[in-house]
Write a protein that binds this ligand. Structure first.
Ligand code: ADP
Ligand code: MG
Length: 703
C-alpha cells in the first residue's frame, strides 16, 4: 500500500469528520471534541448538512464544500450512506477513509463494505475499518477516534482488531505506565490490514516496537512476509485459539492443527514474539519499547533477597534462559561489593544489607562486563533501605556503565514505596515489574527475539513443473472417478514425484496377479487393502506385514478381501497393494493441512503413542527451509529419541530434514488441489541410512 496514502490516513494534516454533531453522546460529537481537546494542530472540517457550526468550528454541508484539501475523512454516518460518502471523498482527493460506522460485514453486509473499498480504490484512497474506534497518534496530538483520550506517551504502537479493547487499553496505559505513540483500530479490515500498518510503522520514527491484538488475519501469508521484513520487534496477542480447527478433519494432521499451533508456528516464522495474555502484552511491550534484544544466553541476576532470587532462577529455567554461574573474575569483583555472607555466583545476592552503593557498584560492573548478555535486578523492600534511592542507584549505574546494547529489567517487591520507585524507573526507560518472574519472563522474550532473528525464515520457493504435472494427472483421474481421497498407491505416486522416499508399491487385482507381483517385489513383503472407502486400513484388518512366501501371499489376499467386505460390504475395492517391507525404524509422522489463514502448513512429530496420546507435534507454514526443518526435529519433546538414547545410534536427522523440506514444497506446489495429507508412519533409520514413507494419505480440496 502506498506510503503517502497511509501517511494521510495515520498522520493526517487535515481531517474532515463526516457526521459531525453538536449533540453530546453522539460519536460525531466525540470525534470532533477529541480532536479539539487533545490538541490536534491540523485543520478540522466538521461536515454536517444542517449545522453551520460544530463545537465552535465552521462546518460544511458536504465535503465538496470544504475549501482546502483533506488528508483523512472520519466517517460516523449510518452504514447505508457511507458508499456515497466514499464517492464524494474520493472525488475530493481524500487519502484515508476512516469508517467508524458499523453494520457491514460483521452483520452480513459484506457487499456494502466491498462497495466502499471498490469506490475508494478507484480514487487511490484507502479504507480503515469499518466498525472501528478510529486512530490515534500521540506525536501529532491526533485523537481521530471516540476513545476518550490519547494514550500515555511512549515508543510502542498498537494495532487492535477489537475496538472495545483498544479503548480499554488506551485508559490502562496510564495505570500500567506503558506508553504508546499510535493506537490503530483496524476493525473489519476491509482494505487496510495488519500487514499494511506493520509495514508503515516499521518506517515510523516514533515507533520502536509494534504490539498487536489479533482475532484473525485475512491473509496470514501476507502478514508473515510483512513481519519478516520488519526491523522492529513485533509482539502479538492472538485470541480465539480454542475453537478453530474443530471442523471435521479427515487426516490425523487435520485433527491436530488447531489455531494455537498454526498461529504459533507462523509467528515464529515471522519473527514475531507471542504474548500469552493481556498482561504479558503490556509487560513485553514495556520491555521491547525501551530495551534492546538480548544477544547471548548469559543472564545475570542481582538481588538483595534469597527468596526472590530463587523465584527468578526458577523462572529463568521455565522461560528457556537457565542461569549459569558467573565467571571467576566477575565473582571476585562483585564479592568486593557485598558483605562476607553474600553470594557472587548467580544469582548475585548482596543480602538485605545491600544499600544504594552496593547496588550501584554491582550493577555498573556487571552490566559492563562482556560475559553478561542481560541483567535482571531484584529488590525486596527492607527497613534500612529506601526503594526510590535504590531505583535511582540502578538507573545511574546503568547510565554510567555506558552500555546501550544490552537489556536490563527490574522487579521490586514491597509496598507503595516500591510501586512508586518502579513507576519512576519505567518513566526513566527501565522496565520494572511487581514480581521477579515477570522481570525474567520479559527478559526471556528479549532473548527469544534475538534468537528468532538470527535465522529469519525466507519464503523462497520454486514450483516443480515435472512433479506437478504427474501429480495433477493422478488427481484428475481420482476426481474423474468421483473421489476426493487418493488411495495409498496414488498418494505415494504424488509423494514420489516430489522426491519423497516411498516404499515400492504395486496394485494386484487378483490373487494370481498378487503372486506374480510378489515375486518381483521380493520377500518379505506387506499387503494392504486399496479402497477409497477404507482410509484407515488396519482398522479394517486390511494390512498384513512380513509375508514370507507365495502361500502367505495367497492366504493374505483372501483374508484381506474378506476382512474388507466384512468392514464395509459395499466398499469400492481397487485391489490389494503388494509392497516392499521396510526394515524396522523409528516411526515419525509428517502431515499437512491447508489452513484457512496461512495456507499449506506442515506437521511433524514422532509416531505411535507420541502423536496419538501425547500430541507431541510441531508445525510450520510451508515452505520450510532446511534449517527450519532441523528446528522442528529438535523442538518436539521426543527429540532425544531421534538424537539417540540409551546407546542407540542417532537417527538420520539430515535425511529427515530434507524430507520435511521436500514435503513442504509438495503441499505448497499442489495447494490448489490438496486439502490434507499424512505420511504415517515414516520409518527413520540410523545416520546415513535415510528413511522410508510406508503409508501415505492425501485428501483433495472439494471442487
Ligand atoms: P493404516 O494407517 O491405514 O492403518 P499403514 O499403511 O500405516 O495403514 O499400515 C499399518 C502399519 O503397518 C504401519 O503403521 C506400519 O507399522 C506397518 N507397515 C505398513 N506398511 C509397511 C511397510 N511397507 N513396511 C513395513 N511396515 C509397514
Ligand atoms: Mg498409517
Amino acid at each position: 500500500m502506498d506510503k503517502k496514502v497511509l501517511n494521510g490516513l495515520l498522520r493526517p494534516k487535515s481531517v474532515a469528520v463526516i457526521g459531525a454533531s453538536n449533540t453530546p453522546g453522539k460519536i460525531g460529537y466525540s470525534v470532533v471534541d477529541n480532536l479539539i481537546k487533545d490538541g490536534y494542530q491540523g485543520k478540522i472540517y466538521p461536515i454536517n448538512p444542517s449545522s453551520p457550526e460544530i463545537l465552535g468550528l465552521k462546518a460544511y454541508p458536504t465535503i465538496t464544500d470544504v475549501p482546502g484539501s483533506i488528508d483523512a475523512a472520519i466517517v460516523t454516518v449510518p452504514a447505508k450512506i457511507v458508499p456515497a460518502m466514499a464517492e464524494e471523498c474520493g472525488k475530493k482527493g481524500v487519502k484515508g477513509f476512516i469508517v467508524i460506522t458499523s453494520g457491514f460485514s460483521e452483520v452480513g453486509r459484506k457487499d456494502l463494505e466491498q462497495q466502499i473499498v471498490d469506490t475508494a480504490h478507484q480514487y487511490g484512497m484507502c479504507v480503515l475499518g469499518p466498525n472501528i474506534v478510529g486512530t490515534l497518534s500521540n506525536s501529532d496530538k491526533f485523537n481521530g477516534s471516540f476513545a476518550p483520550c490519547l494514550p500515555l506517551a511512549g515508543k510502542a504502537s498498537l494495532i487492535s482488531q477489537s475496538g472495545a479493547l483498544l479503548i480499554a487499553l488506551d485508559a490502562a496505559t496510564y495505570t500500567r505506565k506503558v506508553g504508546f505513540d499510535k493506537l490503530v483500530s483496524i476493525g473489519n479490515m476491509s482494505d487496510v490490514d495488519f500487514a499494511d500498518i506493520v509495514e508503515w510503522l516499521d518506517e515510523d520514527e516514533k515507533t520502536s516496537c509494534i504490539s498487536l491484538y489479533i482475532e484473525g488475519f485475512k491473509d496470514g501469508r501476507r502478514f508473515i512476509e510483512a513481519a519478516q521484513k520488519t526491523k522492529k520487534p513485533i509482539i502479538a496477542l492472538k485470541s480465539g485459539v480454542s475453537a478453530h480447527g474443530a471442523a471435521a478433519a479427515a487426516s490425523h494432521t487435520g485433527s491436530l492443527a488447531g489455531a494455537a499451533k498454526v498461529y504459533g508456528a507462523a509467528f515464529r516464522q515471522a519473527g514475531v514474539i507471542q504474548a500469552a495474555d493481556l498482561n504479558d502484552l503490556f509487560n513485553k511491550t514495556q520491555a521491547f519499547s525501551e530495551q534492546p534484544a538480548m544477544k547471548g544466553d548469559n543472564l545475570l541476576i542481582i538481588t538483595n533477597g534469597g527468596g526472590v532470587g530463587v523465584l527468578a532462577t526458577d523462572a529463568a529455567e521455565r522461560y528457556g534462559l537457565p542461569l549459569k554461574f558467573a565467571p571467576e573474575d566477575v565473582q571476585a569483583e562483585l564479592k568486593k561489593h557485598m558483605p562476607e555472607f553474600g553470594s557472587a555466583k548467580n544469582p548475585v545476592d548482596i543480602t538485605g544489607m545491600g544499600g544504594n552503593e552496593w547496588y550501584y557498584d554491582c550493577v555498573k560492573y556487571a552490566f559492563a562486563h562482556k560475559w553478561v548478555d542481560g541483567l535482571v535486578v531484584l529488590y525486596c523492600e527492607t527497613a534500612v533501605t529506601n526503594p526510590q534511592e535504590i531505583a535511582e542507584s540502578i538507573k545511574k549505574a546503568v547510565v554510567d556503565s555506558k552500555v546501550k546494547d544490552k537489556p536490563v529489567t527490574v522487579s521490586f517487591v514491597g509496598g507503595e514505596r516500591c510501586d512508586a520507585a518502579m513507576g519512576w524507573l519505567v518513566e526513566n526507560g527501565i522496565p520494572a515489574y511487581g514480581a521477579p518472574d515477570l522481570a525474567v519472563q520479559t527478559m526471556a522474550g528479549l532473548r527469544d527475539y534475538a534468537k528468532l532473528h538470527e535465522k529469519k525464515a525466507s519464503f523462497d520457493f520454486k514450483s516443480n513443473a515435472k512433479a506437478r504435472k504427474t501429480a495433477l494427472e493422478i488427481v484428475a483421474a481420482a476426481r474423474a472417478d468421483g473421489r476426493n481421497a487418493l488411495t495409498e498407491i496414488e498418494a505415494k505416486q504424488v509423494f514420489k514425484a516430489y522426491g519423497l522416499p516411498v516404499t515400492d508399491t504395486q496394485l494386484a487385482k487378483s490373487e494370481d496377479e498378487a503372486v506374480t507381483l510378489a515375486k518381483k517385489v521380493g520377500f518379505p513383503l506387506v499387503m494392504k487393502i486399496v479402497s477409497p472407502d477404507i482410509l484407515h486400513k488396519s482398522d479394517a484388518g486390511g494390512v498384513k506385514v512380513n509375508i514370507k512366501d507365495e502361500a502367505g501371499v495367497r492366504d493374505a489376499f483372501k483374508t484381506i478381501m474378506a476382512n474388507a467386505k466384512k468392514y464395509k460390504a459395499d466398499a469400492n475395492i481397487h485391489g490389494i497393494a503388494i509392497q516392499e517391507m521396510a526394515p524396522m525404524g523409528t516411526e515419525v509422522i509428517m502431515g499437512s493441512v491447508n489452513d484457512p489463514t496461512f495456507g499449506p502448513t506442515m506437521m511433524f512429530g514422532l509416531g505411535g503413542i507420541f502423536v496419538e496420546v501425547l500430541k507431541d507435534v510441531t508445525f510450520r507454514v510451508a515452505p520450510i527451509a532446511d534449517d527450519q526443518a532441523v528446528e522442528m526435529i529438535g523442538e518436539i519433546r521426543g527429540a532425544p529419541i531421534l538424537a539417540g538414547v540409551r546407546g542407540e545410534a542417532p537417527r538420520d536427522r539430515k535425511a529427515l530434514a530434507e524430507t520435511i523440506t521436500k514435503y513442504s514444497n509438495m503441499i505448497l506446489d499442489m495447494q490448489d488441489e490438496i486439502a490434507e495429507t499424512d505420511a504415517n508412519p515414516v520409518l527413520v533409520y540410523e545416520d546415513g541410512k535415510g528413511l522410508k514413507v510406508v503409508d501415505a494419505r492425501m485428501i483433495l480440496k472439494k471442487k
